[in-house]
Design a protein around this ligand. Structure first.
Ligand code: AMP
Length: 221
């Protein structure tokens, strides 16, 4: 009886520590495209972010395109866990929500909604650290600029944007677009895929729904 109990205990441990998603989307955003919309934006208390792609999030996903969310209400975001990362996060993961803030609310939202669904792989500190490390390895703006694609309000083909990122970063991205205040389609987010350890880029098993026209604007910021 005791052996059976121990066996079921250890089975339970295996099941609960097993990874329960298939891959991550690592999503970067162009702040210019977040801010020039009807909704507009507020710069963080630290000031206007640099004109670079910034982090939106690291999102556990399933191969069929669906994703888990808000997986553990018992493991809420705790700012004390990432005190050592805050300066770096303010630079590369700035909040643009209104009213202007320090970013803790945005990061807390990302952890509570997405991070908790990968807690079997990454605790809070390693979740945010993994995102920062991935960011260092995927310089989207440089990849685009190396191909002559600049945030200069001109239009570029989605194909040329994808190819430039593939060449510069090594993996084919998914792109998301939104509309500026006047209704022009613009590049807003770049999706790359990452293995379940949160460390290595992989080719995407599936891409998010395509929402870009053939030619899209790359607005200045
Ligand atoms: P998510 O809930 O992680 O899928 O992301 C969507 C939410 O994040 C929306 O409510 C967005 O308004 C918000 N969001 C996206 N980028 C930012 C940002 N830079 N700062 C604050 N909120 C953001």
């Amino acid at each position: 009886m005791k052996a059976l109990f121990l066996l079921s205990l250890s089975l339970l441990a295996v099941v609960s520590s097993a990874q329960d998603f298939d891959f991550f989307y690592f999503v970067q955003q162009w702040p210019g495209s977040y801010c020039d919309t009807k909704r507009s934006c507020c710069y963080p208390v630290t000031g206007k972010p640099d004109p670079i792609f910034t982090i939106h999030g690291l999102w556990p996903n399933y191969n069929d395109g669906s994703y888990p969310s808000n997986c553990d209400r018992q493991n809420d975001f705790d700012a004390r866990e990432i005190e050592d990362l805050e300066k770096t996060m303010q630079k590369y993961w700035p909040t643009l929500a209104c009213p202007s803030s320090d970013g803790l609310k945005f990061w807390g939202h990302e952890w509570d909604k997405h991070g908790t669904c990968a807690e079997s792989q990454l605790d809070q500190h390693s979740y945010f650290l993994s995102a920062l490390n991935l960011y260092k390895k995927a310089n989207i703006l440089k990849a685009l600029q190396d191909a002559g694609i600049e945030p200069d309000d001109r239009y570029y083909s989605v194909e040329s944007i994808k190819q430039a990122i593939k060449r510069g970063v090594g993996f084919t991205p998914g792109l998301e677009c939104n509309k500026d205040e006047s209704g022009n389609q613009q590049i807003s987010e770049v999706y790359l895929c990452v293995d379940t350890s949160g460390q290595e880029f992989i080719e995407c098993p599936t891409f998010p729904r395509i929402s870009c026209r053939k030619e899209v604007q790359f607005p200045s910021f």
